[in-house]
Design a protein around this ligand. Structure first.
Ligand code: MLC
Ligand code: AMP
Length: 516
């Protein structure tokens, strides 16, 4: 795998670089969980070695994928570290995915190892073995399951695999505009370069403590949060699920918090969020979806802290950030700040021509953090890069005279709901397959809690009678719950323009108010 940034990528195994950040005293607490467990840095070192030795003992082919669909747990994070350590490729999967979704990911990625929960073992192992997977292990939230049982017999000493900057470390599936997910291939160098830049840019320092309240199958929770804490040798207060009251209770013991905007909205709904609660905090970071200016302003009033908003993607890691340091400028609500050091960002019109300051167009990026391409999709990869090597993000925005980037929309037909991406084309394909459905359109509409949610508008085949609640129920039984439209309307015909294209803007005007 060759990227245009080979020469500038930091070298070596990402795990080794993260480990170099651990404190000297390995007996200090690295992770404290919400169910009362404590893990020292030595525990992390030993347990990741044991799991890496287990993977090593399986004699997997080079570049083998380790697909993981489990509940959030420290052990799941250790499995991620072990995969890096053993030199294989980590493939995290949202725990909400159901059979058809998992069948696609496993069929496409052809993992050698699949790790799932004990409760899903029956159907996941069936799919995996059919696709040629050699090993299926289980891992449960309570640390039971065959993975840890097997690893318990392995040595706690392990020499990390030698890795080059371009070697693949992880594949993150991101949904595609045509409805099929694409696996973004991220190398050790991509991930490490981004982690090193963020450590510096966000001023990580001795004594920092991170509240980790995000899922660990996406860039935000898995890479930005975990790499940040490990590289800085910082303790994590580990919450299995986001619970606003628990976060507020833990704030006095922490200094850094990261969340998608919905987390901030839910925290603001708690009377316990006060100046006093946030007194020891150094930094609140938001991203993954647009942060409303009302949330930004309200947060300042209630806590005295200015949220630092940043912007990123699965394919690129973090791209821009508002400044940490007041000397570099103010944190401006409604903007996503400046391109991070090493990231080139430009705005182009549809014909690929450069746009002037404040003019709105497609955001394109280049940098050591930008992925090498989509897994086994060379044509799709080629389409998404410009001839001079910039990645077309699909986000629409502008850069002002001071260099602040603002995202104003998306050219990709994508809904971001509570920080999760939902591609209308995928949901429409499922709806169109339901009996009696002629066609459908899924639109994103504003939502007070999730920022945006999906809403489906469906037309019946001649003579068919459709029940919107039945359609929602059918989708719930097939798709990850966050993808299911929150409402469904049945109408006679979808509005189309003169080219025959469905006018989603007209549907948004007609139905948008209903979901808010
Ligand atoms: C849950 N539901 C959602 C949803 N999450 N629906 C739409 N969008 C979501 N994000 C469903 C539930 O299944 C349930 O459905 C109903 O909505 C209410 O659920 P809830 O109990 O309120 O949800 P909860 O479990 O509290 O989860 C909400 C959440 C979670 C906000 C905590 O969605 C979350 O952790 N989001 C963070 C996602 C994230 O980490 N994104 C980073 C991507 S990385 P029903 O039908 O059962 O009632 C990225 C790059 C970058 O984008 O820049 O960082
Ligand atoms: P994902 O594919 O899950 O990595 O989602 C990446 C997308 O999330 C980006 O392309 C943006 O559309 C969106 N995104 C991430 N951060 C922000 C932000 N701060 N503001 C607006 N959109 C964001």
């Amino acid at each position: 795998m060759k990227t245009p940034h080979n020469k500038t990528l930091p070298k070596g195994n990402l795990f080794v670089a993260l480990r170099a950040g651990y404190p000297k005293d390995l007996d200090r607490i690295a992770i404290e969980t919400d169910n009362g467990l404590c893990y020292s840095w030595r525990d992390i070192e030993r347990a990741s070695a044991m799991l890496a030795n287990l993977l090593d003992s399986l004699q997997l082919p080079p570049g083998a994928r380790i697909a993981v669909q489990v509940e959030k747990s420290v052990e799941a994070m250790l499995l991620y570290l072990a995969t890096l350590r053993a030199g294989y490729v980590y493939l995290p999967l949202n725990q909400a995915y159901q059979q058809a979704e998992i069948e696609y990911f496993i069929g496409n990625a052809e993992p050698s190892v699949v790790v799932c929960t004990g409760k899903n073992f029956g159907w996941v192992s069936k799919i995996a073995f059919k696709a040629g997977t050699q090993y299926v292990f289980t891992l449960n939230e309570d640390r039971s399951g065959s993975l840890l049982e097997r690893a318990a017999h392995c040595s706690d000493q392990q020499r990390p695999a030698v890795k080059q900057a371009d070697d693949l470390a992880a594949i993150l599936y991101t949904s595609g505009t045509t409805g099929r997910s694409k696996g973004a291939m991220l190398s050790h160098g991509n991930l490490l370069s981004n982690a090193l830049v963020l450590k510096d840019y966000w001023g990580w320092r001795a004594g920092d403590v991170l509240i980790h309240a995000l899922p660990i199958f996406h860039v935000h929770g898995l890479f930005v949060a975990i790499h940040g804490a490990l590289l800085n040798g910082s303790k994590m207060i580990w919450l299995g699920k986001f619970d606003p009251r628990l976060v507020i209770e833990k704030l006095p013991q922490a200094t850094v918090f990261m969340g998608v905007p919905t987390l901030y909205v839910r925290l603001l709904a708690e009377p316990g969020l006060t100046l006093a609660a946030g007194r020891n905090m150094r930094l609140f970071i938001a991203g993954s979806a647009p942060l409303l200016i009302e949330t930004f302003t309200e947060w300042q009033k209630r806590t005295g802290h200015t949220i630092l908003e940043r912007y990123g993607m699965s394919e690129t890691g973090m791209l821009t950030s508002n400044p940490y340091d007041a000397g570099q400028g103010a944190r401006r609500g409604g903007t996503v700040g400046f391109p991070l050091p090493g990231v080139s960002l430009r705005v182009r019109d549809d014909a690929g021509q450069a746009l002037a300051i404040d003019e709105i167009g497609g955001i394109q990026v280049k940098g050591p953090n930008v992925f090498a391409g989509y897994w086994r999709m060379p044509e799709k990869t080629a389409e998404e890069f410009t001839p001079d090597g910039f990645f077309k993000t699909g986000d629409v925005g502008k850069v002002d005279a001071l260099g602040y980037v603002t995202i104003v929309g998306r050219s990709k037909d994508l809904i971001i709901s509570g920080g999760y991406n939902v591609y209308p084309a995928e949901i429409e394909a499922y709806i169109n397959d339901l009996p009696g459905v002629e066609e459908s359109a899924v639109i994103g509409v504003a939502h007070a809690d999730f920022g945006e949610v999906g809403l489906a508008v469906v037309t019946p085949k001649p003579g068919a009678v459709l029940d919107p609640l039945e359609i929602i129920a059918r989708l719930k039984s097939t798709l990850a719950n966050f993808k299911v439209p929150k409402q469904c309307y049945v109408i006679h015909a979808l509005p189309r323009n003169s080219m025959g294209k469905v006018q989603k803007n007209v549907l948004r005007e007609r139905f948008g108010a209903g979901a808010a």
